[in-house]
Each structure stands twice: as C-alpha cells, then as structure tokens.
Write a protein that binds this ligand. Structure first.
Ligand SMILES: Cc1cc2nc3c(=O)[nH]c(=O)nc-3n(C[C@H](O)[C@H](O)[C@H](O)COP(=O)(O)OP(=O)(O)OC[C@H]3O[C@@H](n4cnc5c(N)ncnc54)[C@H](O)[C@@H]3O)c2cc1C
Length: 375
C-alpha cells in the first residue's frame, strides 16, 4: 500500500504550490487531481497579483512577500510563469461620484491614482472616453495562472513528488485521525492530508460529514484566441459588486441552505473586466452567481451576451472578438485566511482554500506552511 508524508487533493494553484513546497522540504508527496485536462478556477483566472489588497498587517505582509516570491518563481521552478508588472485600471462609470469611489479604495496598502478621462485614455488608448468618468490606477502584477500551476507541478515531480489523476471520494479514518485518501481506483495512506479542492471543497467535506464555512460562486467568463491588438493594462470596474456575495453566503449559512444544495440562482452579479495574456489571447469576465449546488447548469450563451453588452461600451474593440464562454467554481470564505488551516474536528486533515487574492497569497502561505511543517 502506498504511503506518503502528505497527500494534497486538488491541483489548482493552491494544491500545486503546496505540494511543491512540501516536496522541497524533503517530504514524500502525492498530489491527487480529478481532471487530467485542467477545468478549474486557476485555468480560467485573470492571473492578477493584487499585492496591495491587504487591509491587515498580516495580509499586507503577504502581499509584499507574494510579489517578491513571484518575481523569482519562474527561475526557481525552471518554468514559465509569464510574470510581469503593469497597471490595473479600475473604470469609473459616468454616473458614479469620482471622489467617493476613490475614497472607497483608500483602505488598501497602496492608494490608487485618480486619473481623468484624457489621462486614462493616454494610458489605455482602447478605452472609450465617452463611457467613463475616469479611472483609478493601481500598480499591478500578472502571471499566467495555468502555466504557473504547471510549473509548480513539473518542479514537484523533479523533487520526487507523484501526481495521479484520480478523484478523491473518501478519507481513511481511524477514530478522529485522518490517515489517507480513498479514490475511485485506490487507497493511499498519509500522515497528513490537505484538501485544496477549490469550489468543490464544501461538497466534498459535506459528503464526509465534516463541516466547513467555505462557499463558492459560479463564475462565467469568455476566453478568446490571440487577437491582433494590444491591451496595455488590466481593466476592471471600480465599483465591484462581488463583495455583496459574501453577505448572501453568510445569510444562506445562517438558514442552513448550504447543507441542502439547490440548483437555483440566488444572486448573480456582473463585474466586467478584461486581461490580455502574453500570447495576446483575452479573458473577459465575469459573472459570479450563487447557487448552492455546484452542479447547477448555466445558460452560457446568455452569460456571454450579458458580459459582452457590459464590456463593449467601455472597450468597443471587444465587440466582435470571437470567444467561448466557460463556467467554473471559485471558492471564497467569510473570514480572513492566512494559513493552511487544520480541520478542527479531526487530526491529520488541513484545508487550503477560499481566501482572497489567491494567486498572490497562496504561494507565500504554502511556503511558510511547508517550512513550519519541516521544523
Ligand atoms: C474569471 C476569473 C478571474 C479571476 N481573477 C483572479 C485574479 O486576477 N487574481 C486572483 O488572485 N484570483 C483570481 N481569481 C480567483 C482564482 O482564480 C482562484 O481563487 C484560484 O484559482 C483558486 O485556486 P484553487 O487551487 O483553490 O482552486 P481550483 O483552481 O479550482 O483547483 C481546485 C482543483 O481541485 C480539483 N478537485 C476538486 N475535487 C476533487 C476531488 N474530489 N479529487 C481530486 N481533485 C479534485 C479540481 O479538479 C481542481 O483542479 C479569478 C477567478 C476567475 C474565475
């Protein structure tokens, strides 16, 4: 029977980073992933490193360390992460109050620059000057999230780690101690197991009788092939609605609604934004919907037309770009998370999912945790 120091379930950015960092500390590691072809939040992500979003000392420090880590990550992993620094422009609608919007962003570690329309269009000539009242400009960094995840996985294998494409369906328990993972094909023993299954974390743990306050949204976004123009900045709206989803998730929690998953959309918001990757392909987003059943079906044709209708006035160049609309689950939580969390009711089981600014924070948290585990 195969026996490991650590099993990590889920090979998105969180699981891949943690599995690599644990292997770097000489632990034997098995990374389990259900999908041989990536179809997860990491694959569909914009790839933004929002290193300034920290609002506490702990998250500000994570942002500083995250930026520094990403600068050297490609070199360390001997793989391509496509790290680069650029600007994030948060577009302000004409009906919004410029000063009020700017004030609502002054809680972050870096205060944004408020630019008027000519200044904004000089920075990003593709912006429609008639559709915005100005922009907030933040320094930003960007990676290719899937290539980064893949680079972590390749480095893991070079350190002797194992990756298997099998879905975890149960845990091996001895009293309150978790001793490994059961997949559809095999049983694997481990001293420690980490669940890094993103938006499916809640349903996986629920099936195993373990409670967690991790939620998920159903994201819908458009991915395009490489285009023949260059977008110089990452564009998102200044007045983002996604924060209102947290209140809905908590309200559902208080009613016990997450325990009885329903394929009914309870709330849906659209924060229109776009990012261009190095190969010039685009990711245009994003609808975030709350429905407690992870298997809820969405009308992707409708989602695509809604996303296009909202982004095109701001960036008219996107009007006739061919793209395909996709769906994925994105985990989030109602509490600040800055560690790989032990699951309270059992020993030997940890959760690594559901925090904000995942792409910038997860690599740092994974590194700190692995070093701590090796002491
Ligand atoms: C359009 C969009 C834009 C975004 N932009 C940003 C951004 O700019 N910056 C940022 O920081 N974040 C962004 N995010 C959020 C970010 O992408 C996610 O928070 C992050 O990718 C989550 O990583 P993860 O590893 O936790 O989950 P995932 O990437 O979803 O990975 C979880 C993995 O677990 C696997 N799995 C699930 N169940 C099992 C099982 N039973 N057995 C085995 N494997 C299993 C899944 O197949 C999956 O591969 C964005 C998300 C979207 C959708």
């Amino acid at each position: 029977m195969e026996n490991y120091d650590w099993i990590v379930i889920g090979a998105g950015i969180t699981g891949s980073a943690l599995a690599y960092e644990l292997s770097k500390q000489q632990f034997s590691v098995l990374l389990l992933e259900k999908d041989p072809i990536p179809d997860n939040a990491t694959f569909y992500s914009y790839g933004g490193l929002a290193y300034w979003t920290g609002t506490t000392d702990a998250t500000r420090q994570l942002g500083i360390e995250g930026l520094e880590l990403h600068r050297h990550l490609g070199e360390e992993l001997a793989g391509e992460t496509e790290f680069r620094e650029l600007d994030l422009l948060l577009t302000i609608n004409q009906q919004d109050d410029l000063q009020q919007i700017a004030k609502s962003h002054d809680r972050f570690a870096i205060t944004p620059q408020l630019l008027d329309v000519p200044e904004a269009c000089e920075l990003e000539p593709l912006l429609n000057p008639d559709a915005i009242a100005g922009v907030l400009r933040f320094p930003y960094a960007h990676i290719h999230p899937q290539k980064t995840s893949q680079a972590y996985q390749n480095a893991l294998v070079r350190h002797g780690g194992i990756i298997k494409y099998e879905a975890a369906i149960d845990l091996i328990r001895q009293g309150d101690r978790i001793q490994g993972v059961i997949t559809q094909q095999n049983t694997y023993h481990a001293a420690n197991t980490v669940v890094a299954t993103g938006g499916l974390t809640r349903s996986l743990l629920q099936k195993l009788g373990i409670k967690t306050k991790t939620y998920f949204t159903h994201a819908q976004l458009i991915k395009t092939a490489p285009v023949d123009f260059e977008l110089k900045n990452i564009i998102m709206p200044a007045a983002q609605q996604r924060f209102s989803l947290e209140a809905t998730a908590q309200e559902l929690e208080s009613r016990g609604a997450w325990e009885q998953p329903e394929p009914t959309v309870i709330q849906s918001i659209l924060d229109s934004g776009v990012v261009q990757f190095r190969d010039r392909s685009l990711c245009i987003g994003q609808i975030s919907a709350i429905a407690t059943d992870p298997q809820t079906d969405f009308n992707l044709e409708l989602a695509e037309s809604q996303i296009r209708r909202q982004i095109t006035p701001i960036l008219p160049k996107l009007s006739d770009i061919y793209g395909v609309c996709h769906h994925c689950l994105v985990a989030f939580s109602d509490r600040p998370i800055d560690n790989v969390e032990p699951v309270e009711s059992v020993t030997g089981l940890y959760l690594f999912t559901g925090f904000t600014s995942t792409l910038v924070f997860a690599p740092v948290i994974a590194r700190r945790f692995a070093k701590q585990a090796a002491r």
